[in-house]
Design a protein around this ligand. Structure first.
Ligand code: 5GP
Ligand code: MN
Length: 335
């Protein structure tokens, strides 16, 4: 990243569009909202375009109601991207991660800046911050603000968004990706007066009863444990999801319950989605969930948290996983 070039670029008011990945999570929404607030405070015209809707548990983030959802407002989203002078790609590093937005983003003529923490970035932007070792894009956004000397423009609202991104991407500061920099950023936010307990509460103490009942059902009836393979599955059909009046974002985090089992180092959540099966995998230690997903499920992610898709039904997906992963588990341990 050439920061002098960045400072020149933003020295006059720009039309900016911030984008993030499909199935937006806390880091996707938090990093875009956090950065958008600073850019607005600096006098730029800023919009956020996300490919599809985000789950309820992050909808409290200040400004979330102003996000343009491509799947709901295609023409507006396409026009914004087309007319943007600067575009940000936050929390993804391959254009395929933004679904149908890809064609508009790639064709757009604005200056493109990626800030991301996934491995193997593709080249589709003009400037890059790509640091897979960092906990979250939200942490990287704050470090970017510091490098630009913009951190004083970050409001408490903006801090809450970035903090929520950090919290959700680190399992509340639990994962290996947490470093002193993660806690440094959190402490700066707290010193500035951000109420950290409030953010945790908004994120995790806001469950609908339907979500908890679905979780109970998953743990009671849908959890399959394979101790000899250090693995556990949870799987759900579309009908099961709907019978609990839940939608896909409501199951965020379920996979971590499977991973929390003693002796389990690999957990997979399978869910039917639009005729496909979507997988969420989580692992502990040197077991590379991202290699499993990129080798076998047309996906990717981080070493300990990755995802992908499978063409077929749930049973076929689970069988395929058992055949191709369980029988080759050794191969997926990073040396
Ligand atoms: P989740 O399991 O929460 O959907 O995703 C965990 C991580 O895996 C995400 O941070 C994302 O990086 C990655 N991921 C999830 N689904 C996909 C996918 O379909 N393709 C790729 N390349 N990465 C994915
Ligand atoms: Mn992230």
């Amino acid at each position: 990243m050439d920061y002098n070039k960045m400072k020149t670029l933003f020295s006059t008011s720009k039309k900016v569009v911030l984008t993030s990945h499909r199935g937006p999570d806390g880091d996707a929404l938090g990093s875009t909202l956090g950065l958008s607030k600073v850019l607005k405070a600096l006098g730029h015209e800023v919009e956020i375009v996300l490919p599809d809707a985000f789950p309820d548990f992050i909808a409290w983030m200040p400004g979330a109601d102003e996000v343009v959802i491509f799947s709901e407002q295609k023409d507006k989203a396409a026009k914004l991207i087309n007319e943007a002078e600067v575009l940000f790609a936050l929390d993804y590093n391959a254009p395929s991660r933004i679904g149908e937005v890809e064609q508009y983003f790639v064709a757009a003529e604005g200056f493109k800046i990626m800030i991301d923490h996934h491995i193997n970035p593709q080249e589709f932007c003009d400037e890059y911050i790509s640091q897979p070792e960092i906990s979250s894009t939200s942490q990287l956004v704050y470090e970017f603000l510091e490098k630009m000397a913009w951190e004083d423009y970050l409001s408490i609202d903006g801090m809450e968004c970035l903090y929520a991104g950090i919290v959700t991407d680190t399992g509340s500061f639990r994962f290996r990706s947490v470093d002193v920099g993660t806690h440094r950023v959190a402490s700066i936010f707290m010193e500035s007066g951000m109420n950290n307990a409030k953010v945790h509460q908004l994120l995790f103490d806001n469950n609908q009863a339907s979500r908890l009942r679905l979780l109970g059902y998953c743990l009671n009836e849908k959890l399959e444990i394979f101790p000899e393979n250090q693995s556990a599955f949870i799987s759900l059909t579309q009908e099961e999801l709907e019978s609990f009046h839940c939608s896909k974002g409501d199951t965020d985090g379920f996979v971590n319950y499977a991973l929390s089992l003693k002796g389990i180092n690999l957990a997979v959540y399978f869910v039917e989605q639009n005729g496909l099966v979507k997988l969420s995998t989580r692992s502990i230690g040197d077991l590379a969930a991202n290699r499993i997903c990129s080798d076998l499920f047309n996906g990717g992610g981080h070493m300990n948290a990755a995802g992908g898709t499978f063409e077929g039904n749930l049973e076929e997906a689970k069988d395929y996983f058992k055949k191709n992963v369980f029988l080759n588990l050794e191969q997926y341990f990073n040396k």
